[in-house]
Design a protein around this ligand. Structure first.
Ligand SMILES: [Fe+2]
Length: 315
């Protein structure tokens, strides 16, 4: 296993803001419907921008509560052990929640409706993805981000790309649909430089796996399945970025405030992002098989394969 990067303890303070830099990864969209009427040309542009690592931002695409559902903005329905209330794709009940049987049933209805809306949005905008996509988890996060005591590795107020220690993706992409359901407070993110620039700085500091490591980690239930070199390198990139406070403060980046009622779509395994402040949001994850991606320049798999001189999608 590679040595852990030096551990930094303080939350970084960015020294640049959008107004100072030229980085602008936010692409505002006019659509206000979860099944948007976009032309083929508009859809092609959206797909190109998404696959290049931009944020597709829908300021008018609001997810509506049904009467009574506003009560779930309160964090008391969280069970206190997990930061999210979540729903797995094939489950019929939420996890991480507490409340009466009626509350739990209503939470399921709310979160399931968000999952259906998000999937409809992706299917409508990106019909080419439909044969390659799998619905994954949906979550309701009813707690303030700022001030949460977490270890540096779990500190999502530091710029990072998403990667999971125990759940190797084997090249599957992480497409995520976020929504700010807080009625008053913005969701504040920082987003950083393109993945290719990020990789140039950190991939040379990553290591491959030693022989037998992937099989051993699976045997010991450290991972759910054999970890691929792709996952191994992506996980190190996640950790190296979070541990490097100088990088956090000085990398080209922009801060963006997603207002109440806004929706945004990103590849969270590609976009450098940090969630700084915000009280309540919903999120849908969709796994996308690697062959769905038409851009062979900007994806993490393409960048890593190019830099390391061999294909990444063999375990
Ligand atoms: Fe993240």
């Amino acid at each position: 296993m590679p040595a852990a990067p030096a551990v930094a303890t303080a939350t970084p303070t960015p020294t640049r803001s959008a107004s100072e830099g030229t980085l602008d990864l936010i692409r505002p969209q006019p659509y206000a419907d979860w099944a948007p009427q976009a032309t083929p040309e508009e859809r092609a542009t959206l797909r190109r921008e998404l696959e290049q690592g931009a944020v597709l931002y829908f300021p008018k695409l609001k997810f509506h509560f049904q009467p009574g559902e506003e009560r779930f903005l309160d964090s008391r329905y969280s069970d206190g052990k997990s930061k999210n209330i979540n729903l797995r794709a094939d489950d019929t009940a939420v996890r991480g929640a507490q409340g009466s049987p009626q509350d739990l049933s209503d939470l399921y209805t709310l979160i399931r409706r968000y999952a259906d809306s998000s999937e409809l949005l992706i299917r409508t905008l990106f019909p080419e993805y439909i044969p390659h996509m799998t619905r994954a988890g949906t979550s309701l996060r009813p707690s303030e981000i700022a001030g949460r005591p977490v270890s540096w590795r779990k500190d999502d107020t530091r710029l990072h790309v998403d990667s999971f220690p125990s759940n190797p993706m084997l090249g599957k992409r992480l497409l995520r649909v976020f929504h700010n359901i807080d009625p008053a407070a913005p969701r504040v993110w920082r987003v950083g430089e393109p993945f290719g620039d990020f990789a140039q700085k950190f991939v040379p500091r990553t290591h491959g796996m030693w022989p037998g490591q992937a099989a051993l980690m699976k045997l010991l239930h450290i991972t759910k399945r054999r970890r691929s070199e792709y996952d191994h390198r992506m996980l190190q990139l996640h950790d190296l970025a979070k541990a490097d406070l100088d990088y956090q403060a000085n990398v080209p980046q922009q801060e963006f405030h997603f207002p109440p009622g806004a929706t945004w779509i990103v590849f969270s395994d590609q976009l450098l992002h940090a969630a700084m402040r915000g009280r309540a949001m919903m999120e849908q994850t969709i796994y996308l098989a690697p062959q769905a991606i038409s851009d062979h320049t900007h994806s993490p798999e393409a960048v890593l394969s190019r830099m390391l001189g061999r294909p990444m999608l063999v375990s």
